[in-house]
Structures are given as C-alpha cells and as structure tokens.
Design a protein around this ligand. Structure first.
Ligand code: CDP
Length: 508
C-alpha cells in the first residue's frame, strides 16, 4: 500500500486528482495514542475509502499560550503509528499553509452548545476548532470525518456546524478509548507525573461509580461527587450534568444525559465523562399511508429486539369496536363511558407476528377492511379518542426499547424519542404497495379508487385539529421509493446508532 506524506494544499490536490475513492478524514493534533489509532482503524474498516490523517496543532484553539507551547510533539513516531494503523496518507501542513489569511474563514461555534463545560473557561476554543476543521474540510473534501467521543462537546459542536453550513460530510464518532486503569487516552496524559495520574484515575473512577449508582436510583448527586473530590484535594474545574445532545442544564425531561468534568492535574487540564440513560431508547416513525412504516418498523424491532408498536392498528381496532357495537361515539358521554371499559392489547402469535385484541376479541384481520380504512381517520380526529390512545401508547413505551409507528409519534406520543423518522413515498408507489398488500389478504380494489382513498386519508390526517400528521421539526425524512424495506430499516438503524453516544450502546 502506498503511504504518502502531503505537506501543502498543492500536494493534497495532486493526490486527490489521482484518487478513485472517496476520502475518510481523521483530524488530529498529533502525539497519537490508542484513541487516535482506533479512529484510523475504524476509518480503514469502512469500505474502500482512502484514510487521510492530518497532524496539525491548531494554535487557534489554545486560549493558553503555555499550553500551546507545551503541547506534546512527536511527529516521527506519529507518522509511523498512523501508517502502521492503516492511514493511506498523512497531511502535515505548516501553520502558514493553513492560517493563510486570504483563505481562512473564521467560524463561530454555536453559542448554546459552547456556553457550558469546556466552553466556560476556554474562551474562543471551539471557535478555533470550528475554524480549522472548516478549513480542513474545504481543502480535503472528505466523504466522512472520524471523531472521538472523548471530546463529546466538540463532536456535538462540529455536527451542528456541518448541519448549519450544509456541508456534505458525514461524521462518524467513535467510543472513548480507555487505558487499563480506566483513564481515557489523551495526548496530554504524557505530561502527568505518577501522582497526577493517580488523581485522574480517581476522577474517572468516581464518574464511573456515579453512573453505576444512577443505573439503580436514576439520580446524580453533584454535591456528593464534588465532596469526594474535595476530600482528595482534587482541583476540579467543572463538573456538570447536562442533556447529552443540547448540552442544556434543564435535564428533568431528558433521557440521555452526560456527567462531564475537567480537572487540573498540576498545570495539565484533563476531561472525562460518562453517559447516563433513564430508559431504553425510543425510535419514532411517522408518515402517510403506504409509506412503508409497518414493514420497516417491524424489521427494526426484530433487528434491535425492541417492542414493535403499531399505533394505527389501535385507531383501527377502536374504530372497529365503535362500529361493531353500534356505539354513538358522536356523543361525548357515551364515548367516554365506552373508553373507560376498553382494553386494547397486542399479543405475539404462532407466526411471530402481532395480533391485536380489543376487549379480548382478536381483530387483527377485521381492522384491515375497506370499511374501517374509510372511517378510521374521522374517528382518529376525535379528541377523547386520541387522549385515550396516546395514554395507552405511552404506557406501552414507558420503559423505552420501543419502535413505534403512526402519525403523531414524534410530535405527540414520544416527543423525546431519540430518533424521529418521517417516511414518505410518491402517491403512486404508496397505492401500488397497498394494492399488493390488500390482494394478499384477498381484497381486490381498483388502483385509482385506492389512490383516491389514500389521498383523502392523507388530507384528513394532515388537516385535523388535534395532532395532525406533520413532520416533526427534528425528524429525518426518508423517501422510500426504489428502496427495499430491508435497506430502509438498515439505514434507520445506522442513523440511530450514529446519533447515540457509543458508550450507551452497552447500557441496553
Ligand atoms: O397502515 P396505514 O398507513 O393504512 O394506516 P394505519 O397506520 O393503520 O393508521 C390508520 C389511521 O389511523 C390513519 O390514517 C390515521 O387516521 C390514524 N392514526 C392516527 O391518527 N395516529 C396515529 N398515531 C396512527 C394512526
């Protein structure tokens, strides 16, 4: 394998001209350790892309000149390590090349994301990170960029910048790599004396202990943890418990949070964190009729061993019951009395599929009739019906570990779902799919009539007053035409894992 060292932008351009593959970019400041090497390994494992590792100590991200001067430099060793770990090329630019005043466009890190944790004491640090990463991305134009989750705030800030500037690069973040004593690998660890290393060990251990306690009692007592540091004479710069994604301090309603801190070991500042999760994750899938929700949701549930929740089936079951029992549901009191006595449950059948029961009557097939399809939207627009079913759905999803599909999952039922997907497809594709489904069930219906029926239902669902079908602000839209359900399910699972901190993956 050819191993190339590139020193100038000109070198990069020439190298890129001869490339057939896309680039995976691993930005570093050198003094490579096992954390960096894992990034290079993961990049190398990922398809046929070329791995380009940059080594550049970014002066703009140091608010302390002494820290910049002392930052460990081990270029010769780094080059050997990067190549032996799978790098195809190393970019070793001079400061002049990167900080060229004509080409450098200063970036500002998102204020909200950089106001806590390291942003508090390291003024301008994240602006410096954003500026240089942006500059590197423009020079290299990689398909993917690999970042370590040890610097979680940096990952979140860079993801935000990439989204805001609409840059076409995918971020792959890799779990924090730790040494045998539990301390996260960091270039600055080399600067520690034996006793300073002991302090860092204690700090990491306390965070881990707090996580263990949290798994049992779901609370973090910052004061108690801080006291344990005081007793040890540990110089804590900050210890915060924040929402993992917005890095916000209001965490009451948050599921995944981060307990993160920085300590001073002598004059060296080091950071560590743990991720905490109150319940297992929730995946919300919304979209119009025939967009592929049910098939995809079932597949995801099977692959992740999550609960599968078809909320549409609940609206259909309730509609069937009201009609079968001839209940005057237009009358509020009668409807209310009826709902009080209702019991809807899902049970797995012998084919490993789900059956739905309403007051012990199995209605799995009955609810798929044309009659129910044509009435369900109007029944689903009744406030009391929605209130009742949303409550039932939340009960089922109480502990998480669920993938739910419907029309209002991301907006109303589980607004705190870890990921929200809005599945869509062209009306022709949706009608085609539905026709095949109905034919399998022995129902034959004219294609144009079916198309009109679906259009009408979409219109009813998206224009009703309560919880209409809309794409949640933070949902990712996926158009499913021309893809198999398997491909879409795998894509959603990939998005899901990409969003979650990798540490959390071991917690459910
Ligand atoms: O499978 P299909 O796309 O035909 O629809 P469904 O998921 O079985 O849902 C049937 C109907 O229930 C929808 O057209 C909506 O009117 C209603 N529904 C809802 O209002 N909210 C949900 N979360 C799920 C379904």
């Amino acid at each position: 394998m050819q191993q190339t060292i590139l020193k100038t932008i000109n070198d990069i351009n020439k190298w890129k001209n001869n490339l057939e593959d896309n680039i995976n970019f691993v930005p570093t400041m050198g003094n490579l350790h096992k954390g960096h090497l894992e990034l290079i390994h993961q990049s190398n494992k990922d398809g046929s892309n070329e791995t380009l590792v940059s080594i550049f100590i970014n002066p703009l991200q140091f608010n302390d000149k002494k820290d910049f001067k002392n930052y460990p430099k081990t270029i010769e060793k780094d080059i050997k390590l990067a190549f032996s770990s799978g790098a195809n090329a190393i970019f070793l630019p001079s400061e002049k090349e990167i900080l060229n005043i004509k080409s450098l466009i200063y970036q500002k890190a998102c204020k909200k994301l950089s106001s806590n944790l390291c942003g508090k004491s390291r003024e301008g640090h994240f602006d410096g990170v954003c500026t240089i990463v942006f500059r590197m991305l423009k020079i290299i134009n990689p398909q993917k960029m690999f970042l370590g989750e040890k610097d979680w705030q940096q990952v979140i800030i860079l993801k935000n910048m990439i989204k805001k500037l609409n840059l076409k690069v995918e971020i792959k973040s890799i779990n924090t790599q730790r040494d045998a004593d539990g301390v996260p690998f960091s270039s600055r660890n080399n600067l520690l004396t034996t006793s300073e290393r002991k302090d860092l060990q204690f700090f990491s251990k306390e965070l881990k202990k707090a996580k263990k306690n949290f798994l049992v009692n779901k609370v973090i007592n910052l004061e108690e943890i801080n006291n344990s540091f005081k007793n040890k004479n540990l110089k804590v710069e900050y210890l915060q418990h924040l929402s993992a994604f917005s890095l916000n301090e209001s965490i009451d309603k948050e599921n995944i949070t981060i307990l993160a801190g920085a300590i001073l070991c002598g004059s060296t500042r080091l950071i560590d964190h743990v991720f905490l999760m109150k319940r297992k994750p929730i995946i919300a899938i919304d979209g119009p009729a025939g967009s592929g929700k049910s098939t995809v949701t079932k597949l995801i549930a099977k692959k992740l061993d999550f609960i599968y929740l078809d909320t549409g089936a609940m609206y259909r079951a309730l509609s069937w019951f009201l009609i079968d029992q001839k209940i005057s549901y237009e009358n509020d009191n009668i409807l209310e009395e009826c709902l009080k006595k209702l019991n809807i449950v899902f049970k797995t059948n012998l084919n490993s599929d789900q059956d739905i029961f309403i007051n012990d009557i199995c209605v799995t097939n009955k609810i798929r009739s044309q009659k129910i399809s044509s009435i369900v939207s109007s029944i689903a627009s009744i406030g009391k019906v929605r209130e009742f079913l949303v409550k039932e759905q939340r009960k089922i999803g109480d502990k998480g570990g669920i993938v739910a599909e419907g029309r209002d999952i991301g907006t109303t039922v589980f607004p705190k779902a870890e990921i929200k997907i809005y599945l869509n497809a062209s009306i022709d594709e949706r009608a085609k799919r539905r026709k095949i489904e109905l034919e399998i069930q022995g129902q034959d219906i004219n294609f144009d009539k079916l198309k009109d029926q679906i259009k009408q239902r979409d219109l009813d669902d998206s224009t009703r007053n309560i919880s209409p079908l809309v794409k949640a602000e933070d949902a990712i839209e996926i158009i499913t035409d021309n893809y198999t359900a398997e491909q879409i399910a795998d894509k959603i699972i990939q998005i899901f894992y990409e969003k979650l901190p990798k540490e959390i993956k071991n917690d459910f």
